[in-house]
Design a protein around this ligand. Structure first.
Ligand SMILES: [Ca+2]
Length: 481
């Protein structure tokens, strides 16, 4: 099915209009909508864990080798300003599944919000939810009425079945997903309650790929949604020996130079390659939308996001800006780059729109459909992007404000080229011009007070609109001396 440019646009408009709106469309569009209904695209959503903005070849890494992911990038559109909803794992996943900013579902951080030494925490942080409420209509639940069979294969991190795991939340199949945020072992025996062990020494990333290929084979004749949240490349750093040896022999980059981590990245890349190959083999490539994304920035000390500041756990760009590719042959023009800022919650409306699925009634969705950007037919409505992280994360990290915490309770807003970060302990504001200073090296808050105030007002109003909980109580144990 090769679409010329005009019919491609028409096709996208039809999808964007949704299945209920066809009566107002012309005959040609109605035919296209009918075809869209019959030929709903499959969705393969590959989510890497802790993979940093520059941890793939197409984003500039010269040490890690990711030829398959780079190939995918060359066949799709690369988003250079793609953000996760949280600077760590669970918040981003809860936002992907719900389509909502973190204050709405309450998964604000991983585990306890009270990390680090009590005497150094000035505020009592906001209590965290560690599970996604069952009442939320997840992406899998929303796609089901449109005829999609779905699987979650890998890290879930939002609760356990039978009440809050992937199956409880609408997936037909769950492999390896439960409450844990990292594997006990990357090698079988896995000691994972939702994954049977393979032969001793089997590698988890390979196994998840095997399971994904089986799922694709089985459901080749109907629309499927494969959510593939790899455990890789989260710690523990464990990789296949031969690959580690390969990178030990390779001259390291000044900043990216961990052979085990590099080997983990390569295994992830091989998995992506095998999925692409399977789609080709089954003649599904043109019928399948493939998304490649990460859940937060890379971990400082293991990898480098330079020139971005900071890493996982921080609201600086290194913590929340990640690689993103979307491939959809016939709709997305190959080899394009898009600089428009996009964020995790955009996937929910995007995937619903391309599947012709209805948005759940009464569930506020915070993102925008990316279909106009994917098809190159238009832009998004003007908006700001927001982050809310009213929690403490311990650990020294380059780019942090002090040596005890990766982050103290904070919020951030991005509007166009501007980004404002607020640290809640002392209403400390930092303003950055990302257009000129992608590394967030020059705080312009004092130099541009009007811009700073304006963005702060926008962020405050947003917090009120989503009922974002703020830490306001002083910690009686606080004793910085
Ligand atoms: Ca993560």
């Amino acid at each position: 099915m090769r679409m010329d440019r005009l019919s491609r646009r028409e096709f996208l408009r039809t999808l964007a209009a949704g299945t209920t709106a066809w009566t107002c469309l012309g005959c040609a569009s109605r035919r296209l909508a009918a075809r869209a209904g019959r030929d709903k695209p499959n969705i393969v959503f590959i989510l890497a864990d802790d993979l940093g903005w520059k941890d793939v070849g197409f984003m500039g890494s010269t040490y890690y080798e990711t030829p398959h992911i780079d190939g995918l990038a060359g066949q799709g559109v690369v988003f250079t300003n793609a953000y996760t909803n949280g600077p760590n794992c669970a918040p981003t996943r809860a936002s992907l599944m719900s389509g909502q900013y973190t204050p709405r579902h309450g998964v604000l951080t991983v585990g306890s919000s009270e990390r680090g030494r009590a005497r150094l925490r000035k505020l009592i942080p906001v209590a965290n939810r560690t599970t996604l409420d069952a009442s939320i209509v997840t992406l899998a639940e929303a796609l089901k009425p449109a005829g999609y069979v779905s699987a979650s294969m890998g890290k879930w991190h939002l609760g356990n079945d039978p009440d809050l795991g992937p199956v409880a939340q609408g997936f037909d199949v769950n492999v390896a997903g439960y409450e844990a945020g990292h594997p006990r072992s990357y090698f079988s025996p896995y000691r994972n309650p939702t994954l049977t062990n393979g032969p001793d020494g089997e590698y988890l990333t390979d196994r998840l790929t095997d399971e994904a290929l089986k799922f694709i084979e089985t459901h080749r004749d109907r629309p499927f949604f494969l959510y593939l949240p790899h455990y890789a490349v989260h710690t523990p750093l464990q990789a296949k020996r031969a690959l580690i040896e390969k990178y030990r022999r390779k001259p390291p980059d000044q900043r990216q130079n961990n052979p085990t981590y590099a080997a983990m990245v390569e295994s992830l890349d091989q998995g992506v390659g095998r999925i692409m190959e399977k789609l080709d083999e089954l003649d599904l490539t043109r019928k399948t939308v493939v998304v490649f994304f990460s859940d937060n920035g890379g971990v400082k000390g293991i990898t480098s996001m330079a020139p971005l500041r900071g890493g996982k756990g921080m609201l600086y760009e290194g913590g929340i800006r990640v690689p993103l590719v979307v491939r959809w042959p016939g709709v997305v023009e190959a080899g394009r780059t898009c600089d428009e800022p996009v964020i995790g919650v955009d996937f929910y409306p995007t995937l619903l729109a391309l599947a012709g699925a209805e948005a759940p009634e009464g569930q506020c969705l915070d993102g925008q459909s990316l279909l106009p950007l994917l098809g190159g037919t238009g832009g998004l409505s003007p908006r700001s992007l927001f982050w809310h992280f009213p929690a403490y994360l311990q650990g020294k990290a380059e780019g942090a404000r002090d040596e005890y915490f990766r982050t103290r309770p904070a919020g951030a807003v991005r509007q166009g080229r501007w980004k404002l970060i607020e640290y809640f302990e002392d209403v400390q504001l930092e303003l950055y011009d990302l257009g000129n200073d992608i590394g967030e090296t020059r705080n312009l808050a004092d130099k541009l007070p009007e811009k700073t105030k304006g963005l702060h007002r926008i962020m405050t109003a947003w917090r009120e609109s989503v009922h974002a909980p703020m830490p306001t109580q002083l910690n009686p144990k606080y004793d910085p001396g």
